[in-house]
Structures are given as structure tokens and as C-alpha cells.
Design a protein around this ligand. Structure first.
Ligand SMILES: [Zn+2]
Length: 223
């Protein structure tokens, strides 16, 4: 028998009267409530609801900023290294090409997927889904797209590359003179935007809004 959980109205739009605890899968009944408090699972105390206002608007704004900064972050030089009278600079894309020319194919594929393709696809999907929810433009692919974006969150690893980059900078800064280029700041910004979409994204609000949009578009077609 499900326990009870009081949820604000926007959570009630979903077709199902139940909500599953993300921590222990305990099934809970939804009940109308205007409360903005943090709500916990009665069994494992995982947070079931935490007030995240304007999740859709925030995700739309952050994903737009992320997409705008994406091209300079990937294609512009990160660092210029001066050592022994030589000067060299490179971007994330140059690193990808360099691994490819050195025939490190597995690394090349991993770098391409996790730091170039997946973050771009995820940001594009979140932009498209949140924009369509905002302008109330329904398409059948919305559910599939949003599910894909959630899945890709685990595979985008731009933050891992930022850590690797910082470790490399610490290691070589005594041997060479380093100059930070515009691409480095764009890349740091991209990492923040990628993480910010995750923290602003409230899946339940998105699923409820998608459900509601689908139901209202079906009614419009019937009329
Ligand atoms: Zn639980």
C-alpha cells in the first residue's frame, strides 16, 4: 500500500497518481499541496521534492548559453606553451586530431563522444525540449528526446577533461611559460553550463509538463 506525499500543484499534472522514491522505489500517493518545503521519503529519507522554481526557463537559458559558448570552447586554443624558444597552442579539437594522427583510435573515439558529441547533443536536446515546452509546441519525439538527454548526462565528461587540463597545467608550469587563451575560459564556462543544466533540471516538472502538453494537444486535435 503506497504511503502519502504532499506535492505542489505542478507535480499533479502527470497522468499517474503515484510517484516513486528515486532512492528506494517506494510508491507514494500524490496529494495536492501548495507547500514549498523539502519533502523526504518516509522510508529512506531521500529528497522526493525540493523547490526548484522555473526549472524549464532556467534550463532553456542555461542550455542557450552553453550552445553559444560551445564552438569557441571546442575549437579555439586553450593554452599557448612557450618552451625552449618554441611556441605551441591547441584546442580540444586539435587534441582529438592529434590522437587520431597518432593512431590512438580508442582514445580518439572516447574523446570525441564524451567531450565533443554528447555534451553538444544533450545541450541541443535540452534547448529544444524546454523551448517547445515554453512555446507549447508538441511533437511526438519530445519524450524520446528528453529520455535521451537524461541518459547522456552520465556520458558527458567535459568536467573530467577540465580536471585533466588543470593537472597538466600544474605539471608543466615550471618547465614552460603558459599563456591562457580564450578557448580555456570558454571551456571552463561550458563545463559550468553543463553542470548548471543538471542542477537546474527537475525531471518530474519536465515529465509533468510534457504529459500536460501531450494531453492538451490531443484534446485540440479531437476538437
Ligand atoms: Zn525512499
Amino acid at each position: 500500500m503506497p504511503e502519502w506525499v504532499h506535492l505542489p500543484d505542478k507535480y499533479m499534472a502527470s497522468a499517474t497518481p503515484y510517484i516513486a522514491c528515486p532512492g528506494c522505489d517506494l510508491l507514494l500517493n500524490k496529494i495536492h499541496s501548495s507547500s514549498g518545503r523539502k519533502l523526504f521519503c518516509p522510508r529512506c529519507e531521500t529528497v522526493i521534492y525540493q523547490k526548484k522554481t522555473n526549472s524549464i526557463t532556467k534550463v532553456l537559458a542555461i542550455s542557450t548559453a552553453g550552445l553559444l559558448i560551445y564552438i569557441p570552447a571546442i575549437f579555439m586554443p586553450l593554452l599557448t606553451i612557450h618552451a625552449m624558444g618554441m611556441k605551441q597552442s591547441g584546442s580540444i579539437f586539435d587534441a582529438f586530431l592529434s590522437f587520431y594522427h597518432q593512431q590512438y583510435y580508442l582514445v580518439t573515439i572516447l574523446l570525441f563522444l564524451t567531450s565533443i558529441l554528447f555534451p553538444l547533443v544533450r545541450l541541443s536536446i535540452l534547448f529544444s525540449v524546454s523551448l517547445q515546452l515554453k512555446i507549447r509546441l508538441y511533437s511526438k519525439s519530445l519524450f524520446f528526446l528528453f529520455r535521451t538527454a537524461n541518459y547522456l548526462d552520465e556520458w558527458g565528461m567535459v568536467d573530467v577533461y577540465l580536471i585533466a587540463l588543470i593537472v597538466s597545467i600544474i605539471k608543466i608550469h615550471k618547465m614552460a611559460t603558459l599563456e591562457f587563451d580564450i578557448g580555456f575560459f570558454c571551456f571552463v564556462f561550458l563545463v559550468f553550463m553543463t553542470r548548471a543544466t543538471t542542477s537546474a533540471l527537475e525531471p518530474e516538472i519536465f515529465w509533468s509538463a510534457l504529459d500536460e502538453l501531450k494531453q492538451s494537444s490531443t484534446k485540440t486535435i479531437k476538437q
